[in-house]
Design a protein. Sequence first.
Length: 393
Amino acid sequence: MKKNRIYILLFLSWAWLPSAGTGEEITVIKADRIDTVTSGLIENGVIVIRGGKISAIGADVKIPSTANIIDARDKTVFPGLVNPCSVVGLSGSPGGEPASNPHYRIADELYPFQDVYRRILQAGFTTLALTPGGNGIAGQGAIIRPVGLPPRLLPARRMAGESVDAGAGQTPGGMLITESGLLMIRFEANEKAKKVITEAFESAKKDIASADPKIKPLVRALQGEIPTFVRCGWPGAALHLLPLLKPYEKMKWVLVAGPENYRIAEKLAKAKIPVIFPAQIDFEEFTRNRINVPRILAEAGVKIACVPIMDNAEGHEDFLRQMAELVKYGLDKETAKKSMTIHPAQMLAVDYRLGSLEVGKDANLLILSADPLEVGVKIHQVMLEGKIVYQAP
């Protein structure tokens, strides 16, 4: 009996895999509304997906005769959400004195078998950037797909008819989009923190050809090959930070901001530094006056990306409601859509493949009951690289 069960499981595994020689799998989505984010809304549109990528999109697209059709009538198709700065699923963030640890990599800590990733995926997030803690130069963040599934669940999911990627959840490598996707700095306005940062970058400038793992990430950041995220909570600290950044013109800086940084919105816009900010309505200091910080930043000309207020499963599940509230209180609707898709993808330098619905990009998308910023919108399906990874009950 035990041997028979092994044969049955092997058969199910083989049956799930695409057969050799059957040709390329083609999926077509027919929807009433396709919100591309970057190229407007397509009414009564079609998306053709080949090899996990969008091969055609529009209102007058020829449908291949061999395609699998997904009927999304009365639905809206929208790009998968991108969270550009998260610590979800990671161990606690270390504190301590400012230090330079650019060689530390989140990719080496990543553990995929956590239910939180499944919940975040079901909330519509198809991309996460996981960032290290610590003060000073904290290390290298990883850009991932939140596809973690316990190995024991994979056969059951397949038998239930769910489309689960063969590598999903089995190894950290199956989650990684970019293992060294950004350099993370946590900045404080004191001389020690400034010294740690400037000495590290000046040393790297003198040793551009170095293969030293403590220097190479700094060189990549200096040359703009990877973005550099700086967490800076208060506007006073940000004013100390801005002069520190000026000598490094090639670097792609992104500010992970606190609520009071709206006070220096014009300076951030002039410096052309994009900002990551929680999707929340805040209050002016020592008052009950509501302020819409993302709106203030965007109207000043700052490129913004919004993240959940709480960096946990519940926060991600409530994110679309949080964004709808920002729009209700004045944030431009199209800016709001970009702030959760193409803007964070640009900040992470992965907009060539993520963040909008365009030919050549990964087929990471959501099939929704309505516009994503309509109160009460429901997620019906989540597609990751051409595969349905979540189907609402």
